[in-house]
Design a protein around this ligand. Sequence first.
Ligand code: PSU
Ligand code: MN
Length: 307
Amino acid sequence: MAHERLSIGAEVAASLAAGGPVVALESTIITHGMPFPQNLQMARGVEQVVRDAGAVPATIAVIDGRLSVGLDSAELERLATAGARAAKASARDLAPLLARGATAGTTVAATIRIAALAGIAVFATGGIGGVHRGAERTFDVSADLLELAATPVAVVCAGAKSILDLPKTLEVLETQGVPVLGYRTDEFPAFFARSSGLRLDHRLDGPAEAARAIALHRALGRGGTLIANPIPEADALDGAAIEARIAAAVAEAEAQGVAQKALTPFLLARIVDLTEGRSLRANIALVRNNAAVAAAIALELSRLTPR
Ligand code: PSU
Ligand code: MN
C-alpha cells in the first residue's frame, strides 16, 4: 500500500503508470551539498539533462510534511534558497520530519527509500555517502550504504569523494551484498578523478547491459545496484591537488569536533572554498553526466519490463 504521505507529481505519475522511464534525483545535494545559486542552476540543469535524454525527472524531497516525488519549479527554488536552514533527512529522519510537517532535503538513503515507495527503479546523484576516514575510531558509516543494500533502486554515481575512505567503503558494500558495477571502467571512480586504483569485479559497457544486470538483481529479491560512472575526462581535476585540500578539510573537521550528520556538509562546503570553486564546477559536470547515463538506463529498463 502506498504511504499516506506520498505525493507524486502528475508528469511522474503518468510516466510510471505507462511503464515509462523515470529518474529519481536527491535533494540534500541542493540543500546541503552546494551553495546558492549554483545549487538551483544545477537542480534545474540536471532535470533538463534527463528530459533531453527522453526520461522524466523526479526530484524528491520532504515538503511541508509530505514525501514529494517530482518537485515543481517553485518547490525546487524554495529548497535551494533555504539551503542548510532546511533539515537534512536520511532515511531514519523521514517519519519524525513528516510527523511535524517539516521541509527537508533527502539524502541518497532517504531518496531511494521514497523512490522505491513510488515505484521508481533508477536514481542519479553525484557521489554517495560512505565510510568516513577514521571510521575505525568514529564508526561514521553513511546510512546510504545500508539503505542501498536493502532498497531495490539502481544508484548511478561517480564513486565517492575522497573525504571518505574508499577502500573501506567498497568493503562495506561487499559485506552488504551490493553489486558495484563500473560503467565503462574497471575501477571504482574517485569522484573528481576518473580512477582510484581500486579494481571492481564487474564492468558494464552501456545502458542495455546495465538494465539487464539491474533487472536480474531486482529479481533476486533484495537490494539495489551501484553503477559507478567516472567523471568525463574534460571535467576531471588533478587528483593530487584536490587530495591536499580534502586532507586539510578533514583535519579542520576533526579539530573542530564536527561529527554525525554535520560532517559531510561541512567537508563539502570547505572543499568548495579551498578549491576556489573548481570542485563545484567539476561536481556539477559529473552530476549531469550521471543523470544522462541514468536516463539511458531507465529507457532500456522500460523496454525490458513493458507494462
Ligand atoms: N557526497 C557528495 N555530495 C553530497 C552528498 C554526499 O559528494 O551532496 C550528500 C548526499 O545527499 C549523501 C549525503 O546521501 O551527503 C550523505 O550524508 P552522510 O555522510 O551524513 O550520510
Ligand atoms: Mn555519518
